[in-house]
Design a protein around this ligand. Structure first.
Ligand SMILES: Cc1cc2nc3c(=O)[nH]c(=O)nc-3n(C[C@H](O)[C@H](O)[C@H](O)COP(=O)(O)OP(=O)(O)OC[C@H]3O[C@@H](n4cnc5c(N)ncnc54)[C@H](O)[C@@H]3O)c2cc1C
Length: 441
């Protein structure tokens, strides 16, 4: 770059997160240099234009229902904090029932025009290849971070800390698992003896399940997604193709597990491992898959104990660059080993357009407060912003950390027995009260 520094902060990446972070900082009165490689002759494998905040796939910001849906609540909180992404989303809304869907061209044009017109923002079309050693910086280069920068980040964070592709197993809400059928036990009673939830299968059930896996409809990989599988995160349907017993001797083995209803080891088992500290979310062990979403729901609900399973996220497999944030980032998204650098967006391990923008918003606000010499407390965990942030910056299990959409499983549980329909409203009412207090403070 060279020359006299004329900005307060450098943001790298003008996607959903970088655009929102730039807006928040500029609105707070700080000078932003926003580097975006598209428009300089570079492109990612998924983007198609040089517009900022381009939506790479669907045009939906998902549910806009702030009373009973966690992402709808996140929309509401972001609107309350002056989000550029939500403002432009609302302006370019298209009919989509209770969802917020947008005209993707109008939306990206709107975001680009707003940032270009802002007197505090300088947009530079350039690819950045190394992590800046000094100067306040926000890295928001997304799941498709250009390879040289990804390598530089990898060197700064430790080689194993940057995942280059994403093998995702489904995550289930604990309260939707039938514990009359499933039981808590670790294989051979290791650890606490009760670390896993086990869903048993008889021989007939296993054979049927195996056949259904083989027949299930899979999503096709795009050419650029055609990365080799690591043995450690092979999709279950690929394992199933290797032979009828491969799964039964792999992730579905029943040995060392005593089904309390029979006193015997089950023929096969599906194990779930705790995925967050509060124990509201459980990860299906070894069940990374590229089955289509509807197919996953249909098939996994045939597993004994999961007949009524509610999924916090479904499985998937695509190239993705994300940090082991719970280990590497502090509570305000700074790299612990180099606090001049913040990360924002999907590279932190949140998942989704709205979540990426939300984390960009928080990174921008934390940075603005830091420049002003003010300590900005994190939004309370009862809010959608706070629940997502705390998942990323410490609450999630480090070993199994995977990109995550916002969902009520990330919130502190509502105590006591309540009807499911009422509980959602209790989460969102509690969140609104907590956000109000936070904003007032
Ligand atoms: C193929 C695919 C499909 C997806 N589909 C959806 C979906 O349908 N719905 C959904 O909610 N989420 C989806 N996501 C997930 C995610 O929400 C989006 O990827 C979202 O755009 C992430 O926001 P971001 O700001 O973190 O990254 P991005 O929006 O990708 O922005 C990152 C920006 O950084 C730039 N950049 C990268 N490297 C450099 C560099 N070295 N120097 C300068 N600039 C750089 C890129 O050009 C890009 O503009 C999808 C992800 C992928 C990969």
């Amino acid at each position: 770059m060279g020359g006299r520094v004329t900005h307060d902060i450098h943001i790298i990446g003008g996607g959903l997160a970088g655009s929102e972070a730039a807006w928040q900082l500029a609105q707070a009165g700080y000078k932003v240099r926003l580097s975006e490689m598209r428009g300089s002759g570079e492109m990612t494998p998924a983007h198609q234009s040089d517009r900022l905040a381009e939506l790479v796939c669907s045009n939906s910001f998902r549910s806009d229902d702030a009373d009973s849906n966690a992402v709808g609540l996140l929309h509401q909180e972001m609107r309350a904090l002056g989000s550029l992404i939500l403002t432009q989303g609302d302006i370019h809304k298209v009919p989509a029932g209770s969802a917020l869907a947008v005209d993707r061209d109008g939306f990206a044009d709107g975001v680009t025009a707003a940032l270009e017109a802002h007197p505090n923002i300088t947009i530079v079309r350039e690819r950045v290849d190394t992590l800046p050693a000094e100067g306040r910086t926000i890295i928001a280069t997304g799941p498709l971070t250009a390879p040289m920068l990804a390598e530089s980040i990898g060197r700064a964070t430790g080689k194993d800390s940057l995942a280059f592709f994403d093998a995702i197993a489904p995550i289930v809400h604990r309260e939707s698992i039938d514990m009359e059928t499933a039981w808590f036990q670790s294989r051979w009673n290791k650890g606490s003896g009760k670390d896993y939830i086990n869903c048993p299968m008889s021989k007939e059930q296993y054979l049927e399940f195996h056949a259904a896996l083989m027949a299930g409809e899979k999503t096709e990989f795009r050419e650029w997604e055609n990365v080799p599988y690591f043995e450690g995160c092979m999709p279950i349907e690929v394992m199933a193709e290797r032979g009828v017993d491969t799964l039964r001797y792999g992730p579905m083995k029943g040995v060392g597990l005593d089904d309390p209803r029979t006193g015997r080891w089950p023929y096969a088992v599906v194990q779930l491992r705790q995925d967050n500290a509060s124990g509201t979310l459980w990860n299906m062990v070894g069940f990374q898959t590229k089955l289509k979403y509807a197919e996953q729901v249909r098939l996994f609900r045939t597993i004994p104990g999961l007949e009524n399973a509610e999924f916090a996220r479904l499985g998937g497999l695509h190239r993705n660059t994300f940090l082991r944030s719970p280990e590497l980032l502090d509570g305000t998204l700074r790299l612990k080993s180099a606090p001049n650098i913040r990360f924002a967006g999907q590279i932190t391990g949140c998942e989704g357009y709205v979540e990426s923008a939300a984390i960009g918003m928080l990174a921008g606000r934390f940075a603005a407060a830091e420049i002003a010499g003010i300590e900005l407390p994190a939004p309370p965990r009862e809010t959608a912003l706070g629940a997502l942030l705390s998942h990323i910056t410490g609450e999630a299990e480090i070993e199994t950390y995977q990109p995550m959409n916002v969902n009520f499983g990330l919130f502190p549980p509502i105590e006591g027995r309540t009807k499911k329909a009422d509980r959602k409203r209790m989460y969102t009412d509690r969140a609104r009260a907590a956000l109000k207090d936070w904003l007032a403070a």
